[in-house]
Design a protein around this ligand. Structure first.
Ligand code: 5RP
Length: 271
């Protein structure tokens, strides 16, 4: 592996082999998503606890301070909206030159396996990998499921993750599933990170699935809404971070969450 590729991956995946990516790219098809109306304000208190942020070039340029930020995973696919006909009809929106100009540590694109536009999104990934490998830029594939909740099961997720890895993704983002998640990870020869999905009823649910996913081989998360849509986002990010980087159990994470929420614990990220 070239030095540049190794270096960029090391910016994202920490020395303990784990990672915590904070995505704020949701507006690229959802518009001003709840609590992400002003992305810069939303993530300011969260940034110290993230290993990297995932976002589009528009939000990066207009909302993120270039002198005080974290490694960037640049979303380079899009061209659809929640009110449009088909979320899977994505193209590549941002050039690799632009990713280099923006000093991205990685780029990401969605693949919609089993959808009407499966082929185009897989070819988007393959083309992006061809180009990015020339410059030592890792591509993270986002295995997207659109509105179809039933696709969040092991057989489907394993299929999508493996295809992404076969096409050359260096990291694959997928959803966690309760049954058979270890098979999803085992069948994917590159690191797997988990998305959070829509906001859950309780924070413990999130701590439990992140913990379980890590035990089953995932290296971390690319998790947004369950952090920044929560009433206590800093407590959430700190608790989830403790599972990923400090091997905390869900119960320990819950205790940390309660302490930060009540103001008993105020220390900024101890890294
Ligand atoms: C959709 C994405 C998100 O980055 C991903 O789904 C993670 O976010 P969340 O935890 O909110 O599901 O790729 O644009």
């Amino acid at each position: 592996m070239d030095w540049g590729m190794k270096n960029r991956l090391a910016q994202l995946i920490q020395r303990d082999g784990r990672c915590f990516f904070l995505p704020i790219d949701h507006g690229y098809f959802q518009g001003p998503t709840y609590k992400l109306e002003e992305p810069g304000k939303t993530i300011k208190p969260l940034l110290p606890y993230a290993d990297a942020i995932m976002l589009t070039r528009g939000v990066l340029r207009s909302c993120i301070d270039p002198e005080n930020t974290k490694p960037v995973i640049l979303r380079v696919s899009g061209g659809t909206s929640i009110v449009g006909e088909d979320l899977s009809h994505e193209g590549v929106t941002t050039s690799v030159r632009e990713a280099i100009r923006l000093n991205a540590s990685a780029v990401s694109t969605s693949i919609y396996v089993g959808s009407k536009h499966e082929h185009e999104t897989l070819m988007n990934l393959a083309r992006l990998v061809n180009e990015c490998e020339e410059y030592g830029i890792p591509v993270m594939a986002v295995t997207a499921v659109g509105k179809e909740v039933e696709k969040r099961e092991a057989r489907y997720l394993a299929l999508a993750c493996r295809i992404a890895a076969e096409l050359g993704a260096r990291v694959v983002k997928t959803y966690y599933c309760k049954e058979g998640f270890e098979k999803v990870v085992r069948g994917c020869p590159v690191p797997v990170v988990m998305a959070g999905g829509p906001k859950t009823e309780s924070e413990l649910e999130v701590f439990e699935f992140v913990y379980d996913g890590i035990q089953k081989g995932s290296i971390g998360v690319n998790l947004g809404r369950n952090i920044w849509q929560h009433d206590y986002p800093v407590a959430m990010i700190r608790a989830i971070r403790s599972i990923i980087h400090e091997n905390a159990t869900p119960q320990e994470a819950q205790e940390l969450f309660n302490e930060v929420k009540s103001g008993k614990k105020k220390v900024v990220c101890g890294r």
